[in-house]
Design a binder for this molecule. Sequence first.
Ligand code: GLN
Length: 385
Amino acid sequence: LIERMRAYGETVFAEMTRLATETGAVNLGQGFPDTDGPASLLEAAARHIREGVNQYPPGPGHPELRRAVSRYRARHYGTEYDPDTEVHATVGATAGIAAALLALVDRGDEVVVFEPMYDSYAAMITLAGGVRRPVMLRPDPATGRFTFDPAELRAAVGPRTRMVLVNTPHNPTGTVFTAEELEHVAAVCREHDLIAFTDEVYEFLAFDGRPHVPLASLPGMRERTLTASSAGKMFAVTGWKTGWVTGPEPLVGAVRRVNQFLTFSANGALQLAVAEALDTQGEWVAAQRDTLRGKRDRLAAGLADAGFDVGVCEGTYFVMADIRPLGRTDGVELARALPREAGVAAIPAQVFYDRQEEGAHLLRFAFCKEDAVLDEAVARLSAWH
Ligand code: GLN
């Protein structure tokens, strides 16, 4: 293994899901729904496979998917993308993140990124030879909502900065960035002529009427922003690993160049099924968001009853919980013990931080589970504590 990858061991999601399986724990760690996406989506995939969509689709993605992506972005956000040159299908958002970082970050380039951060960002920036310049997200003392200090963002930008990497709605904090917050990012990008990469896989999981604001929709940002999305999150089919990136032609072209040699293409039958769902499943997506909002409230109330100090969750399907009221301070140690001790698995938020001490006292719980599963987890945690 090359030297710079040695710091990256097995992902925390794999470790915690394995622990959950071994111990029979309720798995609120790795974020995946325990119910399937819309029946018509599943049917369409099966039909396309039966009807012979079983060979390589074009590298940039099935044209039907690229057109459907272009349509939904115009419909929801008013941003136009040419399906031929400005949309590229990927093997999940993960491959879009990987291809973009490998294509656009050169050795020694700096990437400004908010921490806590989704685990693949750090690894892929490192693999690309880049350097992270983290900006801390901290709970606002008044509201508990995680946000950043614009001065810290500005201070993170230097002469080697190439890119700012954003994630909204944000995993793991649950923050949905406001237009005002994103405008701080946009201003820095415009002033320093930076590329923005924005991971918006939870774009349809902003709760309580809060709008999801795409970074690319801000003034001067469309021409410098690559956006990653995931049908896995949108339609509750995480195992399909079907996603896409949208952006201006030069940036999407760079992603294409690299992605040719990463995966060449992705899964055509699933892309066709997703294309249909993008056009027809808006109501399902909205209902799913409302269902998940209810699950957020259910789990948050249960965790509070069990003694945790529960964070604010505006979007995604994760909620953060402070373990200090339980007399614990080491989230990694607790997450490793919890499946066996309590019969519940969660993710230690510390692994999402460069400055790990900032997240040591936090666990991330996923609430994209059947109500009975959430209730069982809460009952076990209450009994344990
Ligand atoms: N995105 C999901 C999470 O954050 C799963 C990630 C994974 O398994 N790599 O938990």
